[in-house]
Design a protein around this ligand. Structure first.
Ligand SMILES: Nc1ncnc2c1ncn2[C@@H]1O[C@H](COP(=O)(O)OP(=O)(O)OP(=O)(O)O)[C@@H](O)[C@H]1O
Length: 238
């Protein structure tokens, strides 16, 4: 289980206090308005931001003392950060070793990660020779190759058309089930994960306002910020 408990961040124009739970092996969707603090929440779990106070653990292990590379966490960002001069296999290999001096077993892991995202045979292509969806799959393979048990995906497929986006989410979900990994995904289109996510955390103003089964969490009656997000006005006084 991932437990984020009252983790506080304070910036000049943004204050956050996050609490969140994710069962091991579950998919948890992180949803909410732009600027509400979704990316910051994931960055904090990955170790790129340090909370002023609070607690955070995964599988009973305290995460806060650990540097990002020591955490059992892999993160994939929206702008996939592939290096244009490296081919797909090399970009994935960076997930194992930045020097790219991989031994045979590590090269086999790269091939396995590419196969896991249906990119068998694409290892020699550079990002410029791949479609947008294929590039996102390379980035996903790089996040997977480290075999970390907690995968954080920050709006990874937002730039893809709806069909491709759902296809990618299906790939992630199949990998989650096959490998037993825990996945947190920020997403602007919660309808894509309603039937897959164990829970949905609605994040606004630096808080997880609600975490519940996805459809229940998006009930506009629960909070005016949720009503605004899903497009229903809540009558005053309710
Ligand atoms: N390093 C930082 N220093 C100061 N403020 C920051 C920093 N990183 C993010 N912020 C601020 O924190 C707030 C939350 O940003 P964040 O990117 O987490 O929101 P988000 O919900 O992911 O938004 P979006 O959906 O647009 O990606 C914003 O007001 C942003 O300007």
């Amino acid at each position: 289980m991932l437990i984020v408990d009252e983790c506080r961040l304070l910036w000049p124009d943004f204050e956050a206090r996050y609490s969140l739970r994710a069962e091991t092996g579950a998919l948890v969707a992180i949803v909410g308005p732009s600027g509400g603090g979704k990316t910051t929440l994931l960055s904090m779990i990955a170790g790129f931001e340090t909370p002023l106070s609070g607690r955070m653990s995964f599988a009973g292990r305290d995460l806060l003392p650990l540097a990002p590379a020591e955490r059992p966490v892999a993160m994939m960002f929206q702008d996939n950060n592939l290096f244009p001069h490296l081919n797909a296999a090399q970009n994935v290999g960076l997930g194992i070793r930045p020097s790219l001096r991989l031994d045979e077993a590590e090269r086999a892991r790269v091939a396995e990660a590419l196969a896991a995202v249906d990119l068998d045979g694409y290892g020699a292509r550079r990002p410029g020779e791949l479609s947008g969806g294929q590039r996102q799959r390379v980035a996903l393979a790089r996040a997977l190759v480290s075999k970390k048990p907690l995968l954080l995906l920050d709006e990874p497929f937002g730039a893809l058309d709806p069909g491709l986006r759902r296809e990618m989410i299906a790939i992630v979900d199949d990998l989650r089930r096959a490998r037993g990994i825990t996945v947190l995904i920020t997403i602007h289109t919660p309808e894509d994960v309603l039937d897959r996510a164990a829970s949905l955390a609605f994040v606004a103003q630096g808080r997880v306002l609600v975490q519940d089964a996805p459809r229940r969490a998006l009930d506009p009656a629960r909070d005016p910020a949720i009503a605004a997000f899903v497009g229903h006005a809540v009558p005053a006084g309710t």
